[in-house]
Each structure stands twice: as structure tokens, then as C-alpha cells.
Design a protein around this ligand. Structure first.
Ligand SMILES: [Mn+2]
Length: 382
């Protein structure tokens, strides 16, 4: 019989969600959504005949998690009995003396890895799970530092760490390792946490399930736990489950040519409807990127745009980013017999008189901002 492991990571219980524009009741609903996702994982593990559940760190956020979260976790894991649960603390939920991991009393089916180096635990005949704990949030050790395993059987690793081949440039290096090291060290697979983007790589044995619910606008698409299957012949297969309830997406709204704030809002609404038509608005968070050249006479008041988009879509969150450029007809302005025309001609002459690219760019900005100011538009810094 194949051995099946339900693996999840980066749930981030108790997250604030303020950075996604969630306040008050919505933020509370999102946090409840994280707890629901954990309970759903237990149900899925049973439905899918999994033998064990592994959790690869950042299960909760230490700075925000209180005793109530400890009780929730203890009760949830206890309700999964007799299914074994393996916990490998990460950087947000490091195994500090005051951590929930250390302070909570766990049911007998919970196995907490506590060593900063990989330690073995038998899963079943011939399959061993090796796990470690981040003992402090800033730990930067190599999870695969120990010498290669030479014992027989199938060995799996469970840890929170940063695979260097897929590191987003702004991600701190917590537990750096290379995917190639997984097999070199004798592991059939590494069940990991840290990156919130899903990565199923059966070639190297690397599995990042990704955060089960979206934690930023850069996490679109299906999310949920993954199942690692160890077949009778010792092969490892990964299967990702799309079971997220919340959606976060970025919508590009080309609003160039909008002659008024009303037509700009209408145009953005159309883009949102196209992108989010099939999604449940109450559980959908949308970031709208406004792009295109917008007439200088249109005062782009982001608060007004956001409010109106939210009112007309009933989406949980609408956030607007202004990536537009002021649309100005410079040629027409230069022919005017007004102060505006004189200003334009002076700026164009200055631009024609310089070979310095930097100076030319500054003059062009000056021309655009000057024309916006002269047309009565509010000039915001970009
Ligand atoms: Mn994380």
C-alpha cells in the first residue's frame, strides 16, 4: 500500500492582514478563514486516506498568537487522533521557550521536532521522517548540513527553509539549501515551508505546498495543502489540492483616454468584472492597477475611486494603485497664444538645446507637471 502524507505550511494563523487592506470585521473573518483552512486540511487528510499530516513551519505568527490560538491548535490536532501530526517550527513560529509549541500541552498524536539539526522518526516500516526546528527567528543554518544518510529504506525530510534556486529577491535567507542537496543527502523528498508560492518538483523531490489561503496580492490561483505519495516501489509523487476559500488577485485596468472620473471608474469596473466574474465577492480581494495616459484635467482621487469601486462590486477589498501617466497633448499646447503656450515653447526649446539625457528627462517632467498645474489638476508625486 502506498504511504500518503498530507503536507501544509505557511498558514500564518493570527496574521494581521492590514497590509492587504483588511480592517476590523474583515480582518477577523480572514483570521477565522485561516483556522477553517487548518480544520479543512484534517478533513481532507481523512478523505484522502492519508497516513500522517506534516506541517512545515509558519503555522502561526509568534508576535500575534496568544493562548487562544494554542488551545485551538491543541483541540484541532486532538480531534484528528489517531492520525499522527508532525510539526517542524519555522522562522515566524520558532521554537522559543515562550512559544506556543513549548507552552501548549499536545495530544499523544502530535510529534514536535525540537532539534536544530534533522532528527529521525519512524513513520512506518521502511519509511523515516527527519525533521528540525528553527530555535530562533533569525536562524540561518543549512537544514541539510548533516552528512548524507547511508541507512536503508526511504528517508523524507520536513523543515522550513529557503531553497536558493527559487528565492524571491526580497525574501530573507532563513535556512538556505539547494534542491539538488535533497537527493545527495539521501532523501527521497523534502517537505518544506517558507515560500508562499506552490512548488511541486518530483525531479529533485522538493515540495513547497504554498500558503493555504492567500496572504498577499501576489498569491493568485489555487491554494491548499499538498499530498506526498510514496508508492510501493519507493517513488515519490506530489499532488496539490485547490481548496482555498479566499482569493486575492491583481487586475490591470487600462483606463487611458478616460475623460472624467466617472468614465475612469466605469472602465475599471469593467476590468474587475471580467477578472472576478466567477468569484464569490465576499471572499475576493482585488488590487486594481490603473494604467494608461489619463487626461490632466481628470483629478485622480484614489480614495474616491476605491470607495466607488467597492460600493459597486461588493468585493471584500478593493485597493487601487495609480500607475497612470498624465496624458497631455504637448504639440497642441505649444501653439496656444497663452501663458501655457509660452511655457510649453520655452520648455521644448530647452529640451532641444541639451544633449544630456538626464537633463532632458528632468525638463520633460517639468513640462508635464507644469502643464498639469496650469490645467488646474492636482499634481501628485509619483
Ligand atoms: Mn511563511
Amino acid at each position: 500500500m502506498a504511504f500518503r502524507i498530507l503536507h501544509l505550511a505557511d498558514l500564518h494563523l493570527d496574521r494581521a492582514f492590514a497590509a492587504m487592506g483588511c480592517q476590523g470585521d474583515l480582518a477577523r473573518r480572514r483570521r477565522q478563514g485561516l483556522r477553517d483552512a487548518l480544520r479543512r486540511a484534517g478533513t481532507l487528510a481523512k478523505e484522502r486516506d492519508c497516513n500522517v499530516i506534516c506541517i512545515g513551519g509558519d503555522l502561526y505568527e509568534q508576535e500575534r498568537a496568544g493562548a487562544d490560538t494554542g488551545r485551538f491548535l491543541a483541540d484541532t490536532f486532538a480531534s484528528w487522533q489517531p492520525l499522527p501530526v508532525f510539526l517542524a517550527p519555522g522562522n515566524h513560529d520558532a521554537l522559543l521557550p515562550q512559544s506556543l509549541y513549548a507552552r501548549t500541552e499536545w495530544s499523544g498524536n502530535v510529534h514536535l521536532f525540537t532539534s536544530p539539526t534533522l532528527e529521525p522518526c519512524d513513520l512506518t516500516d521502511g519509511i523515516t521522517l527527519w525533521g528540525l526546528a528553527h530555535r530562533e527567528p533569525q536562524w540561518q543554518g543549512d537544514p541539510l548540513a548533516a552528512s548524507p544518510i547511508d541507512a536503508g529504506g526511504i528517508h523524507l525530510a520536513l523543515f522550513h527553509g529557503a531553497e536558493l534556486g527559487s528565492r524571491p529577491t526580497d525574501s530573507p535567507i532563513h535556512g538556505p539549501f539547494h534542491a539538488a542537496g535533497i537527493r545527495e543527502h539521501g532523501f527521497a523528498a523534502a517537505l518544506c515551508g517558507h515560500y508562499h508560492k506552490r512548488r511541486l518538483d518530483t525531479k529533485t523531490g522538493l515540495l513547497y505546498p504554498g500558503s493555504p489561503e492567500p496572504l498577499s496580492f501576489d498569491e493568485p490561483g489555487g491554494r491548499g495543502p499538498a499530498i506526498a505519495i510514496i508508492t510501493d516501489s519507493g517513488m515519490v509523487e506530489f499532488e496539490a489540492l485547490d481548496v482555498n476559500v479566499w482569493r486575492a488577485l491583481t487586475v490591470n485596468a487600462e483606463v487611458g483616454g478616460s475623460a472624467s472620473l466617472d468614465s475612469l471608474v466605469d472602465s475599471a469596473l469593467e476590468s474587475i468584472h471580467t477578472a472576478a466574474a466567477t468569484l464569490d465577492p465576499e471572499h475576493t480581494l482585488v488590487r486594481v492597477d490603473l494604467t494608461g495616459d489619463v487626461a490632466a484635467a481628470v483629478s485622480l482621487d484614489l480614495v474616491t475611486v476605491e470607495t466607488r469601486l467597492r460600493e459597486q462590486t461588493s468585493l471584500a477589498v478593493v485597493r487601487v494603485r495609480d500607475l497612470t501617466r498624465p496624458g497631455i497633448d504637448i504639440e497642441a499646447a505649444a501653439t496656444e497664444r497663452t501663458a501655457r503656450g509660452a511655457f510649453t515653447r520655452t520648455a521644448l526649446e530647452a529640451m532641444a538645446g541639451t544633449d544630456d539625457l538626464e537633463e532632458s528627462a528632468i525638463l520633460e517632467d517639468a513640462l508635464r507637471y507644469g502643464l498639469m498645474a496650469l490645467s488646474g489638476a492636482e499634481v501628485g508625486l509619483r
